[in-house]
Design a protein around this ligand. Structure first.
Ligand SMILES: C[S@@+](CC[C@H](N)C(=O)[O-])C[C@H]1O[C@@H](n2cnc3c(N)ncnc32)[C@H](O)[C@@H]1O
Length: 222
């Protein structure tokens, strides 16, 4: 998936993944990660998700990363918020209180952009990427965070032969293959969400499973 693909999706308003409410799994399971108030939370490929605001409401310092300036400006503008904007090539940093969003390419990030990240929240980010890019995404992510960083990961599973991604199907076996070397992986929920996704059903899906995982560094499961 080239950056241009995502820029066009935002220009055309084709953002079917965006939720008008806070993600229910985030609200239900976040406490399992034991992230402290004041800790930094990384949200890669964040779009304009309202989950950033919820995480900031938990007292975290939230750092989103998003390619599209349309998304980042809507994230703040839709809530009537005006962030400070700082040019940091190749990124533009938007900052308002406890929320920062780096507008640019996730793969251009280095650890100095982020500071010490205590936790990662990935909803619809890993699954936005085609199979050949996913190992690179995970390798880059792991290189940005500390060994003790925890993750909440939300994926979709369906028969990839029924529909071309994105979103892509990422099965549990692949999650374990991508993250299992470093993390203990606990599946927290698996829900049939086909009825809630009529646009994906109309693209040919006959089943759709949403999976929620907690990833704790090996030996640090509470
Ligand atoms: C499927 S959306 C998910 C957005 C968000 N996680 C959510 O739950 O609403 C994927 C987002 O990743 C962004 N994106 C794709 N590739 C990216 C990259 N290399 N760097 C930063 N953002 C990227 C896209 O612009 C898009 O907003």
């Amino acid at each position: 998936m080239q950056p241009e693909f995502w820029h066009q999706r935002w220009q055309r308003g084709e953002i079917g993944w965006h939720l008008a409410e806070i993600n229910v799994h985030l609200q239900e399971h976040w406490s399992l990660l034991s992230v402290g108030a004041g800790d930094r939370v990384l949200v890669p490929l964040c779009g304009k998700t309202l989950d950033l605001l919820w995480l900031a409401g938990q007292g975290h310092h939230v750092l989103g990363v998003e390619l599209s300036p349309i998304a980042v400006e809507a994230l703040f503008g839709d809530s009537g918020l005006t962030p400070e904007v700082i040019e940091e090539p190749p990124f533009r940093r938007y900052r308002l209180d406890e929320i920062e969003v780096l507008c640019g390419d996730f793969f251009d990030l280095d650890p100095a952009h982020l500071g010490q990240v205590a936790a990662v929240y990935d909803r619809a980010s890993l699954i936005a990427l085609p199979p050949e890019l996913r190992p690179r995404y995970v390798e880059h992510l792991v290189g940005l965070i500390r060994p003790e960083t925890r993750c909440l990961l939300i994926t979709l599973e369906y028969d990839q032969a029924q529909m071309a991604g994105p979103p892509f199907a990422v099965r549990e076996a692949e999650v374990r293959s991508l993250f299992g070397g470093r993390y203990d992986i606990r599946r927290l929920a698996g829900l049939d969400v086909l009825a809630e996704n009529p646009s994906l059903r109309s693209r040919g899906l006959t089943s759709l499973l949403e999976q929620v995982y907690a990833l704790h560094p090996r030996g640090q499961v509470p």
